[in-house]
Design a protein around this ligand. Sequence first.
Ligand code: GLC
Ligand code: CA
Length: 558
Amino acid sequence: MPDQWWRDAVVYQVYLRSFADGNGDGIGDLTGLRARLQYLAGLGIDAIWVNPWYPSPMVDGGYDVTDYRAIDPVFGTLAEAETLIQEAHRHGLRVLADIVPNHTSDRHPWFQAALAGGPGSLPRQRYIFRPGRGDDGHLPPNDWRSVFGSPAWTRVTEPDGHPGEWYLHLFSAEQPDLNWDHPEIRAEFESILRFWFDRGVDGFRIDVAHGLVKAPDLPDLGIDNEDILAPPDRPGHPHWDRDGVHEIYRGWRAVADAYPEPRVFVAEAWVESSGRLARYLQPGELHAAFAFDLLRAPWRAPWLRSAIEESLAAVASVGAPATWVLSNHDVVRHVSRYGRPQPDRPLQSLAEMLAEAPTDIDLGQRRARAAALLMLALPGSAYLYQGEELGLWEVEDLPEELLQDPVWERSGHRERGRDGARVPLPWSGDTPPFGFSPSTATAPPWLPQPEAWKRFTAAAQRGDPESMLELYRAALRIRRRHPALGDRTLRWLDAPPDMLAFARDPGFLCLVNLSTQPVPVPAGARVLLASSPLTAGRALPADAAAWLAWSAKPDEAA
Ligand code: GLC
Ligand code: CA
């Protein structure tokens, strides 16, 4: 069997615009990424996932694509992407790209042809156009809401100058949804996959994998609120997680499996349960899917444990690996999520994550250190979001006039959106741009960096054993070598309700203390790594985690 590297890979998410700027225009690019491959290899990861790099008007950070077979000039060229892929491979890193199949940009030639073609024309069939309701069709065809706020329909002006049909967009109006009942769409995306596989891409993260298929009659939903994090609230939802998506992914899997070296897919699918998620991972479908329940869980032992247990059980039922993630470019960074009072239920919305209480960054970082050891000790694969290895927090006070996320406008300025998780990384130095751009830069970083990040640059943390960066490096080093870590299973050990304790065989224990008191570490266990120093009495402090080597009977540990 070929090496199933994705089953326990640690994948680092590169949000390209904010990773490293090579040419000094204030926007991250491929040149910047290439220059930092050594850093990534030194971190100890196995692969990178690069957010969309295609030509785009950037209304939604590149998730509005005009050409799926090219690179946006702001990021570089196709030739440079090919060079990046080869260089990453030479560093031992695999490369995942990001495919956006639910919608295109409204500037995509297909959508331009649909607008020009008029009602009933063949190009319109590639999207979801409908006449409006009400007198003269002035009301949207149904009550669906955009994930970013406001109705999910926009009315077009027809070529004759009159107001005409409406088109569906589950995200911004500049992101019209494709009609996946159209055979040409299916063929086109399989061809796009081959285009990148032929250039050495090792796999794809699939954007909005649960959204492609809509109920044919587009029935009303009867509710007026959707959030990017809210899983569908009902069976048979008319546009999320419909059974018809699975046939599409069986086709994609066949495309991937035609290559001698494994090519893999990881789904972004916000679905109602781990059981529904496992359906994407059935044999002959996708390789992996993010277990967002862990990301949505509050920093409380019962919620974390049930998210882990349910996800492990669900993936085991289909023979797939679990895929853990604590942060990404769509959610509030977990330092800021954990650095405030924790609710007693899963998080439902982005706005809710930044509730009234201000972030206690020290507390958030302490918990984030423990969370990293928890996640990296779990069976399966893990995704890191750029900057979490530096302990970065959500930038909550970006000036309003600089906000770029379409959520800000579409919510009528009620939700600030996701820019606070997308601020360019601090690499070195004492003042912005902190090495993000070269010293010859002609523009500041596209979002301003907090002054306080001078203590959190990669250079400042390098070699400091107490830093977040060195914690991640140590954890990844141990994870790579320890025979118990990576794929397979865990055994929960008896522990008080506000502790998590599990064993990985052979000889490995992970303890996480979510109580407010120090908890003694079992005598006879050797500390491999701890997220905070143990107390003088060899106890694990509150909000800390430890990795232990354990040779006695593991059940005696707790
Ligand atoms: C996914 C992406 C997000 C984007 C949306 C629309 O959720 O992660 O950033 O806005 O899809 O493409
Ligand atoms: Ca640049």
